[in-house]
Design a protein around this ligand. Structure first.
Ligand SMILES: C[S@@+](CC[C@H](N)C(=O)[O-])C[C@H]1O[C@@H](n2cnc3c(N)ncnc32)[C@H](O)[C@@H]1O
Length: 316
C-alpha cells in the first residue's frame, strides 16, 4: 500500500486517493467533523458502529463511507484553515478570516522575506509559508520555548516535513532579531509597540508592517508608537468580521455561527531612510491628546492642553 511521501508536501496539499498515514476528516449527517489517521486494518468507532480505515485507503477524496450501522460520512483531507483551528495549541491562534486579510493587506508575495512574532502555535506561520513559497523565507520568533516546540510540531505535521523556507528562533524579538533585510513583518503579540524600533531596523523602505492586537488599548498604543517613531506612514487600523448565511428555498437569513470579535489589524509602510512622516494636515479630534491622555505623543498633537487650545499641526 502507498505511503505518504513528505517530499511532495511543500504546500501541505496532497491529491489523489487516500494513503496510509494521512489524516482524513469525516463529516457526519449533522455536519460534525471527526478526524482520523489512516492505518491498515484500523477502525474509527462511532455511536452508529465502526468505520474501517481500509474502506478509505485507496478511495478518492470526496468519497462516502458507511459505519457498520449504515450512517454515511463524507471523507475529505483537512484544509489548512481547518487544520489551524483544530491542531494542538499553546497560544491562541490567528483566525482564518484575519489570516486571509493579513496576507492580502500586508501584500505577502512569492519570494518575500517575512518576519513574524510571536510564532505562538504556528497558525499564521503556515499561511505565511504557503504564500511565500519555496523561494521565500519566513523568520519566526517566539520567546516561549514550549510554544515554539508546539509551532514546530504543527508546521511539520501539516507540511509533512520540516519546511525548508522556515527559520524559527526562540527568544524575545527585540534581543533575537537577525540582521536579514525584511520585506514584510507581522507582529501578533501582547506589546507590539516594544518591537517597533527593532522591526524598523530591518524592514526595507516600502515594506509593510502589520500588528494584530485583541484590545482597543493595545490598538491605541501601537498606532501612537508608530506615529511617534516617524519612519512609517500614518497607521491604518481595521477590524474584519465574517457572517455565515443560511440559504434554503425562501428561508435566507444570517446563520447562527457568525464569529465574534477576534482582533484588530494595524498596517503601516516603512519610509525611506532618514525620512519622517510629513505633518498631518488635519487637526486631532478635540480632547484626543488632552490632559487625560498619557500615551506616546506625536509632535503634531501639540502641547498637553490640546483640548483647551487647538494647535496648528507642527512640522517635524
Ligand atoms: C497570540 S500568540 C501568536 C499566535 C500565532 N500568531 C498563531 O497564529 O499561532 C502570541 C505569542 O507571542 C509570543 N510573544 C509575545 N511577545 C513576544 C516577543 N517580544 N518576542 C517573541 N515572542 C513574543 C508569546 O509567547 C505568544 O506565544
Amino acid at each position: 500500500m502507498a505511503e505518504v511521501d513528505p517530499s511532495e508536501t511543500l504546500s501541505g496539499v496532497r491529491t489523489g486517493p487516500f494513503v496510509v498515514g494521512e489524516r482524513v476528516s469525516l463529516t457526519d449527517p449533522k455536519g460534525r467533523r471527526h478526524s482520523l489517521l489512516l492505518s491498515p486494518g484500523g477502525a474509527f468507532h462511532t455511536t452508529k458502529g465502526r468505520i474501517s480505515h481500509d474502506d478509505l485507503i485507496g478511495a478518492a477524496e470526496g468519497s462516502v463511507v458507511y459505519s457498520a450501522g449504515g450512517v454515511a460520512y463524507l471523507a475529505f483531507r483537512q484544509l489548512l484553515e481547518e487544520f489551524t483551528v483544530t491542531m494542538p495549541r499553546g497560544a491562541a491562534v490567528v483566525y482564518p478570516k484575519d489570516a486571509a486579510h493579513i496576507l492580502v493587506q500586508t501584500d505577502i508575495f512569492p519570494g518575500a522575506r517575512v518576519l513574524e512574532a510571536g510564532a505562538g502555535s504556528g497558525a499564521l506561520t503556515m499561511f505565511l509559508l504557503r504564500a511565500v513559497g519555496p523561494t521565500g523565507r519566513v523568520y519566526s520568533y517566539e520567546r516561549r520555548a514550549d510554544f515554539a516546540a508546539i509551532a514546530a510540531r504543527n508546521v511539520e505535521t501539516f507540511f509533512g516535513a520540516p519546511h525548508p523556507s522556515w527559520t524559527l528562533r526562540v527568544g524575545d524579538l527585540v534581543d533575537a532579531i537577525g540582521p536579514e533585510p525584511i520585506d514584510r513583518a507581522v507582529l501578533d503579540m501582547l506589546a507590539p509597540w516594544e518591537c517597533v524600533d527593532a522591526v524598523a531596523g530591518v524592514l526595507q523602505p516600502g515594506g509593510l508592517l502589520c500588528c494584530y492586537v485583541a484590545t482597543t488599548t493595545q490598538l491605541g498604543r501601537t498606532v501612537e508608537t508608530l506615529r511617534v517613531h516617524g519612519g512609517f506612514t500614518e497607521p491604518d487600523a481595521r477590524e474584519y468580521s465574517a457572517r455565515d448565511w443560511h440559504a434554503q428555498g425562501l428561508a435566507i437569513r444570517p446563520g447562527h455561527s457568525t464569529s465574534g470579535h477576534t482582533g484588530f489589524l494595524i498596517f503601516a509602510r516603512r519610509l525611506a531612510p532618514g525620512v519622517t512622516t510629513p505633518a498631518r494636515r488635519r487637526r486631532p479630534a478635540p480632547g484626543a491628546y488632552g490632559s487625560d491622555y498619557t500615551g506616546p505623543r506625536p509632535t503634531w498633537a501639540g502641547p498637553v492642553d490640546a483640548d483647551v487650545v487647538d494647535p496648528e499641526p507642527v512640522s517635524p
